[in-house]
Design a protein around this ligand. Structure first.
Ligand code: DMJ
Length: 914
């Protein structure tokens, strides 16, 4: 292995004219030694405990990887609830998410270098052989260029990097002849046609077999791509060029980066979320550090680290300055408009931005990293996981959580930088939550809704590529890893690329590049580069002292409007009207609205923000506040509460959010559609009856099973293959008559979720479930019996679980529990002659203005808003259960329609400024 150019400080290359900031960033990464000087704050964690947690990570990885290999491979991903492979085209489309799947055994490739990091060298050797034997990169399938680059090209290159490291050590991989690299090169050439645009920005998708232009390609008509999609190529492409000597890859990736840099908004130095790949116009002009942009920034800094090219650092620093000036509102990171960077573009943050504290560590800017990380941790403590999006006052905005690794990544880097054992405790919590809430018998399932604890039949490949790597490294000591991790840089998918590439085939970088910087102006960097002394001025409690004031930032948070009210109260001016406080019936509010945009520039700005908030609020209503979903949790052996299914509620019967949950064994009703008096009342009495959707009203089914003595009912969709992954949940409506006579709780499951219960019933006869508004904690005794706690039993246990999982979940081609000649149900919910379903549409939020229109409390006491919307809607729903919630949103919609013109005008104004 060759040494990095010009010398090395703790694993990062230091170019001959080493910019101070890199040394500092590198030094920040070198603070592992800080662990030894830690004297106070969080109690130090013993070596034994760290080892125990490391072993737990290994066992969890075995559970995830083992189940993938046993039940899904060679498919791209494991579906952990149905315990089978996700094969594109064989499952209902999930839209863009599926573009990561190219029928190339994605999870296997993405896991390659994780196997080596986790010291599973033999398994790695075996996995590489499988990739070489089984993987086809020439499938007629349209894939995302970005995802294929970071997961597949990155996975192959990471695998190659560690394969040659092992080969050099002389024990493993002696047979290896750079085959993974050859595959990587083949894939690289397949991606190149995507760059055939005048801008040099790649098309977002490509057909692996037919490229872009051919008629068979079924792609190539897109005009836009996201900034991260076009700007997250340089590490993999440069590594490919430098490994192989084929310069074209690095050149293409550099050209795309150069173009993005040219197109930055010159006055703010920010970039938008999406860009037109032909004209270079910004399509979405909002700017943050999360979804759509995140890894563009990451790659600028890391390209500098890997390639030692000053222009990348200069660009990164310029953007970073803008981010800290406009987007960073510690501890928040809030999107703004690129042309009006003082104007927030959103009232919520997305989970992807959780990587940013880790990047700030690499840059050497620790204080804001600690602050943001602490805020995120508190959101996690509140919801067990980071919801996909959450508001500035820390309410759930999008409730899913696909087991994203970004927060674990930042935790690892912060621990490396501070040596503060607090971060080990954070990692421990992450492990506990994963085991407690996401672990299912056949792997780990994404959270469908962090509020209910329900699952999605999904385990993304990045969970194996990243999560286990960062968690394992967090607890590992140097001697636990068979190579020096400091010799590598992590790609955005946590694949490892060796730093010695910086001096290999270097000439490529000098060719055809548009770098404006021949000489580095050191004055650019003096604000960027705290050294370790400044970061931790002889104070081992430094990180803790930054966290301390933020300790209760989430629990004690006030809605942001209130903060503004306080500010204005103090300054003696009237508070601006916020969208969520607006009431169309309030004349004062209407008066303020009229003024907006007319009088002063302050009013205009308030008006603009108000409109944006309204739009935001409206889309929030549609996405998140549609309805509080319910949970069906299988609690009997061998599930013990581990499988939680997302269910829709009914507008009638027992309201599970107000009453205690209902627990009982399930039984199929006869007739299965429940449309007439049951012929098997003895089977359902005292139980929760399973009924199929269709042929009569939901309320009629409920009455029939209630009359037979059932204590609850689960209606299972008759539309085969339907799933809450792909179809919007809805609430079962009544029959237009008085439904007060229905006393039992009723929940709705789509066919895929329902089939999990039906299959369990077939397998185990006695299946007990819990119907509730939120999954309950699992029975700890059962948990202990089932889950290994030490290394010694982990291997066995994991093996046993895999076997039992295969018995439990063989759901392919299953039939309904009894013969049924039900007509297949059209997808529409408004079947006149069948069940009446109310599609869930914006609802409760219309009541938000009143809910949130609370008297500002100046003494810092705030009401927790998290549950208020739900309570409000329930009250309204109760008073008039047959009213579609959708109707209540009308006023906002019409207001928005009125404002469309203004918004267009604003957009034109923005365009003019370009
Ligand atoms: C990963 O695939 C990569 O980290 C990417 O950059 C964005 N995030 C996902 C996982 O959340």
């Amino acid at each position: 292995m060759s040494e990095a150019g010009g010398g090395r400080v703790c694993g990062c290359p230091v170019p001959l004219r080493a910019p101070w900031s890199l040394v500092a960033a590198t030094a920040a990464l070198c603070l592992v030694s800080a662990t030894s000087v830690w004297t106070a704050g969080a109690a130090p964690m013993s070596r034994e405990e760290k080892q125990k947690l490391g072993n737990q990570v290994l066992e969890m990885f075995d559970h995830a990887y083992g189940n993938y290999m046993e039940h899904a491979y060679p498919a791209d991903e494991l579906m952990p609830l149905t315990c089978r492979g996700r094969v594109r085209g064989q499952e209902p489309s999930r839209g863009d998410v599926d573009d990561a799947l190219g029928k190339f055994s994605l999870t296997l490739i993405d896991s390659l270098d994780t196997l080596v990091v986790l010291n599973k060298t033999k398994e790695f050797e075996d996995a590489v052989r499988k990739v070489l034997r089984d993987v086809n990169l020439d499938n007629d399938v349209v894939v995302s260029v970005f995802e294929t680059n970071i997961r597949v090209l990155g996975g192959l290159l990471g695998g190659h990097s560690l394969a040659i490291m092992l080969r050099e050590k002389g024990e493993y991989m002696q047979w290896y002849n750079d085959e993974l690299l050859h595959m990587a090169k083949q894939l690289g050439y397949k991606l190149l046609p995507a760059f055939n645009t005048t801008s040099g920005l790649p098309y977002p998708r490509i057909n692996l077999k037919f490229g872009i232009r051919k008629p068979e390609a079924r792609t190539g008509t897109e005009t836009d791509t996201c900034t991260a999609c076009a700007g997250t190529l340089i590490l993999e492409f440069a590594a490919l060029s430098r490994f192989t000597g084929a310069t074209i890859f690095e050149e293409y990736a550099r050209k795309a980066l150069d173009f993005l840099w040219e197109k930055r908004q010159r006055s703010s130095n920010l970039v938008g979320v999406t860009i037109n790949i032909h004209t270079g116009d910004w399509v979405r002009k909002d700017s943050g550090v999360g979804a759509g942009i995140d890894s563009y920034y990451e790659y600028l800094l890391k390209a500098y680290v890997l390639l030692g090219d000053d222009s990348f650092l200069e660009r990164f620093n310029t953007h970073y300055d803008a981010i800290m000036r406009y987007i960073s509102q510690p501890p928040l990171l809030l999107d703004v408009h690129i042309h009006k960077p003082m104007l927030n573009a959103r009232t919520w943050m997305d989970a992807l931005l959780a990587f940013f504290p880790g990047l700030q560590v690499l840059k050497g800017d620790i204080r804001p990293a600690i602050e943001t990380h602490e805020m995120l941790y508190q959101v996690i403590k509140k919801h067990n996981f980071l919801p996909e999006a959450f508001t500035t006052d820390f309410r759930v905005h999008w409730a899913q959580h696909p087991l994203r690794p970004e927060f674990a990544e930042s935790t690892y880097f912060l621990y490396k930088a501070t040596g503060d054992p607090y971060y080990l405790e954070v990692g421990k919590t992450l492990i506990e939550n994963l085991n407690k809430y996401a672990r299912v018998p056949c792997g780990f399932a994404a959270m469908k809704d962090v509020r209910t604890g329900s699952h999605e039949d999904r385990m993304d490949s990045f969970f194996l590529a990243e999560m286990f790597k960062y968690l394992y490294l967090l607890f590992a000591d140097k001697e636990d890893i068979i190579f020096d991790i400091e010799d590598y840089i992590f790609t955005t998918e946590a694949h490892l690329l060796p730093l010695w590439l910086s001096t290999t085939n270097q000439s490529i970088s000098k060719k055809n590049t548009t770098s404006e910087y021949t000489e580095l102006d050191d004055s650019n960097f003096d604000w960027t580069c705290p050294n370790t002394q400044i970061l931790f001025p002889n104070d081992p409690l430094y990180a803790q002292s930054i966290r301390e004031p933020l300790k209760n930032v989430v629990d004690k948070s006030c809605p942001r409007g209130i903060i503004r009210v306080e500010e204005n109260f103090r300054s003696g001016t009237k508070p601006p009207l916020r969208a969520r406080d607006f009431m169309a019936t309030n004349p004062e509010h209407l008066e303020i609205l009229k003024k907006m945009g007319a009088a002063s520039s302050i009013d205009a700005e308030d008006g603009l923000r108000f409109m944006q908030e309204m739009i935001e609020l409206s889309s929030q209503q549609q996405k998140e506040q549609q309805l509080p979903p319910r949970a069906v949790q299988i609690v009997s052996h061998p599930f013990f509460g581990r499988v939680v299914l997302t269910a829709g509620p009914a507008q009638f019967g027992l309201d599970l959010s107000k009453h205690r949950e209902t627990r009982g064994f399930v039984a199929s009703s006869k007739p299965y559609n429940g449309c007439s008096e049951l012929t098997n009342p003895e089977a359902v009495v005292g139980k929760i009856a399973l009924i199929q959707r269709g042929q009569c009203m939901f309320a009629e089914k409920a009455r029939n099973i209630q009359n037979a003595g059932a204590i609850g009912g689960i209606v299972i969709d008759d539309n085969e293959g339907s799933s809450s992954d792909t179809a919007p949940l809805f609430q079962m409506a009544g029959d237009g008559k008085d439904t007060d006579d229905i006393k039992i709780p009723m929940l709705f499951l789509f066919s895929k979720e329902g089939s999990i219960i039906l299959e369990a019933l077939r397998e185990y006869e006695e299946v007990e479930v819990l119907l509730s508004d939120k999954a309950k904690d699992r029975d700890p005794e059962m948990e202990n019996e089932e889950q290994p706690s030490s290394e010694s039993d982990s291997q066995n246990q994991s093996g046993e679980q895999s076997t039992s999982a295969s018995q439990e979940f063989d759901l392919v081609d299953q039939e309904s529990p009894e013969e049924s000649s039900l007509d297949s149900h059209p997808e529409s919910f408004s079947q006149a002659d069948a069940d009446s379903a109310v599609s869930i549409s914006p609802v409760e939020q219309t009541s938000h203005p009143t809910e949130n229109h609370e008297t500002p409390s100046l003494d810092g006491e705030c009401t927790d808003l998290e549950n208020q919307p739900q309570e409000q809607s329930e009250t309204e729903e109760d008073s008039n259960p047959n009213v579609s919630w959708g109707k209540k949103v009308q006023p906002i919609d019409s207001i928005l329609a009125d404002w469309n013109e203004d918004i267009e005008a604003f957009e034109m104004m923005e365009k003019d400024e370009l």
